[in-house]
Design a protein around this ligand. Structure first.
Ligand SMILES: [Zn+2]
Length: 296
């Protein structure tokens, strides 16, 4: 009986749960595109990234039911480029936080200090800095940056600002909490011409996806950590309960509903999804010319 209870507990904590066939999450591309055209100005020309850190996680933490072999996780920041301005999506993290996170997961990290420096320069030059969500590996970069320069550039959403536990974890300076212009409290909030933040609470309370419509007609959707790997979206494999409920404190139902919508959106081919921590997809995005490997 104890063995049976143990097995059941293990499968409940680590096993796979099917993603529901139907979804209550709304992502209306027509409304997203409308919001992208709301602010005056031309759409952006291109998107770049910087790879700030490389780490790993047990596969079983990413793909419920799979092995405990290490699975690579890349930590990046993205830069959206117009002729005379830029915006940044996610700020990655500094060395101390990268080491802290690696120690907590029992793994190692490779930190790219040169890339981190280029991200800091990119943040300081950006018109707007937005965040897919308020976890430390996405916001620590601004917390450790030059607060007096960054304060007016950060654009948190209201739920991100309200998550003081997450902001406190990185020691977010008061100026960055109070002096930036919060994003409009709208499901589809315009950030800049061609760029829209889409409400997507689940992974965190302030989770959002960032849409970028390029001038050449191509469209990208930065899904942050809603999934950690494209396979989760393509094959509908969600994180195990041990990770979502006991480590992340994630809203499982909301995140699964979002994954169903992303699965359908990916199948439609209308928008290129960009998954923050996916090392395999990262290479494909370079090869296919979606993203450049350096901030400008
Ligand atoms: Zn992350």
């Amino acid at each position: 009986m104890l063995l049976a209870v143990g097995w059941l507990g293990r499968s409940w904590l680590l096993g796979a749960e099917p993603i529901p066939e139907t979804s209550s999450y709304e992502l209306d591309l027509a409304q997203v595109r409308q919001a992208a055209a709301e602010l005056p100005g031309q759409k952006p020309l291109r998107v770049n990234e910087e790879l700030v850190a490389e780490a790993s996680m047990p596969r079983a933490a990413v793909f419920a039911g799979e092995s405990f072999d290490p699975h690579p996780m890349v930590h990046r920041a993205f830069q959206v480029v117009w002729e005379d301005s830029t915006a940044v999506i996610d700020a990655a993290m500094g060395l101390a936080m990268a080491e802290e996170m690696a120690a907590a997961s029992g793994g190692e990290t490779t930190f790219h200090a040169d890339a981190y420096d280029r991200v800091q320069a990119g943040l300081e030059g950006a018109e707007a800095i937005v965040f897919t969500h308020e976890h430390q590996d996405h916001i620590d970069g601004v917390a450790k940056g030059n607060a007096s320069v960054l304060a007016s550039r950060v654009r948190f959403n209201a739920a991100q600002l309200a998550n003081t536990e997450a902001l406190d974890l990185v020691g977010m300076p008061e100026a960055l909490r109070t002096q930036g212009m919060p994003l409009a409290a709208r499901r589809y909030a315009p950030v800049a011409p061609g760029v829209v933040a889409i409400e997507a609470a689940g992974h965190t309370p302030g989770n959002q996806m960032i849409y970028v419509g390029l001038r050449d007609g191509r469209e990208l959707l930065f899904v942050g950590d809603t999934a950690w790997h494209m396979r989760q979206i393509r094959e509908l494999i969600y994180r195990p309960r041990l990770v979502t409920d006991f480590i992340l404190g994630e809203d499982r139902a909301a995140t699964m509903a979002e994954i169903r919508v992303l699965h359908e959106l990916d199948k439609s081919g209308e928008v290129k999804l960009v998954v923050s921590h996916d090392a395999d997809q990262r290479q494909r995005l370079f090869d296919e010319g979606w993203i450049g490997p350096r901030f400008e």
